[in-house]
Design a binder for this molecule. Structure first.
Ligand SMILES: [Mg+2]
Length: 358
């Protein structure tokens, strides 16, 4: 089989409420889907989760010329050729996101070709459903956040995540966390994501205050490159520390293991280099006593790929699930997306189990 064409297709979703985290605010979401066509008539779907201004150029002008003519079933060779397709290597950032998107699309093609779901190609389907957390609660009025959190509980989620930590919002953030914890009660997992906003001193001081709300984990309080800083927070705080969504390739995660930087590690399939890299990062994590919990905040492509990885990699925990209806999930799944009791079903059809019809 040979790849004959690769297209990037963008879609925009306008949000009914702004999505705010510590790094800014957005009233829309942009998706860059990647369609890989073959001479066998089988098509694979990826999602280029990088800078939407750059991704079509990276996909169509840089990576597609290197991929066309290659066998999409030989994913290892294809990945190596894409990774070393320029005079200078791009070892992180949007080019690796583009490679990730094409790699994921090739797993989709391989699964369709073999008549098997992707999890079977990754080592076998070891579970049919995965526990998820509702990833939303971007900062706004405390009562609105509390109501949303309660809503997610009523929908069956047993874990919820908030995004706080913006400059000048400290006192309000404490009120937000207090309102959310009060709304969800003591038994629900409460994840707090800082999206890299703090320096070491602030992360420690704020962390001590946030511990009053018994967080399940403290996510990316620092720069993703401050491995030692995360390690220190782990020692000084009683809550667990997670990081990893901004790191690339198996090699990019090794400094985390070297200094015991985190309790949970969050590789993103669509950023770290694709399914194979993510699976190896999960295995490396487990070997170092770290629990892998893949990051996932894109479209149904990322959701499906993450479900297949977690089905095959039994030691991963907690699927990141966007419950807001703005992530282009349901429209993409060939079998209806099963979400009940805080669990999400792993697709059972060939490939990723998705279609591009949005
Ligand atoms: Mg995060």
């Amino acid at each position: 089989m040979k790849i004959t064409a690769i297209h990037a297709v963008q879609r925009v979703r306008h949000l009914t409420r702004p999505m705010r985290n510590a790094q800014g605010e957005s009233d829309r979401r942009r998706f860059t889907f990647v369609i890989v066509e073959t001479d066998a008539g089988v098509t694979g779907i990826g999602d280029a989760f990088g800078d939407p201004l750059l991704m079509p150029t990276i996909i169509e002008r840089r990576l597609a010329p290197a991929a066309i003519g290659l066998d999409p079933l030989d994913i290892e060779t294809l990945w190596r050729r894409l990774f070393a397709s320029g005079s200078f290597w791009e070892t992180a950032g949007s080019v690796v996101c583009g490679i990730s998107a094409i790699e994921v699309a090739c797993w989709d093609i391989r699964g369709k070709h073999d008549g098997l779901p992707v999890c079977e190609l990754l080592g076998g389907r070891k579970r049919d459903r995965v526990e998820a957390y509702a990833s939303d609660l971007h900062w706004e009025e405390p009562q609105q956040m509390a109501e949303l959190a309660r809503d997610y509980l009523e929908r069956g989620f047993r874990f919820v995540k908030t995004h706080i930590g913006a400059a000048g919002q400290h006192d309000n953030d404490l009120r937000r966390c207090e309102a959310i914890r009060e709304a969800i009660g003591p038994d629900v997992g409460f994840l707090i994501d800082i999206n890299t906003a703090f320096d070491r001193q602030t992360a420690l001081a704020r962390g001590r205050e946030l511990e009053a709300f018994d967080p399940f984990w403290y996510e990316e309080p620092l720069s993703p490159l401050d491995y030692q800083g995360h390690a220190q927070l782990r020692q000084e705080l009683s809550m667990k520390v997670s990081t990893g969504e901004n790191l690339y390739l198996t090699e990019g995660f090794q400094p985390l293991w070297a200094v015991n930087a985190c309790d949970y590690v969050m590789p993103d399939i669509l950023r770290c280099g694709g399914l194979r890299q993510a699976q190896q990062i999960c295995r490396d994590a487990v070997a170092h006593g770290v629990i892998p919990s893949p990051h996932n905040f894109s479209s149904g492509v990322g959701l499906a790929a993450t479900l297949h990885l977690m089905a095959a990699q039994i030691d991963t925990e907690l699927l990141e699930f966007d419950p807001t209806g703005t992530a282009i999930y349901e429209e993409m799944f060939i079998e209806p997306l099963g979400v009940a009791d805080g669990m999400v079903e792993v697709p059972s059809g060939p490939g990723l189990g998705i279609r591009f019809d949005v």
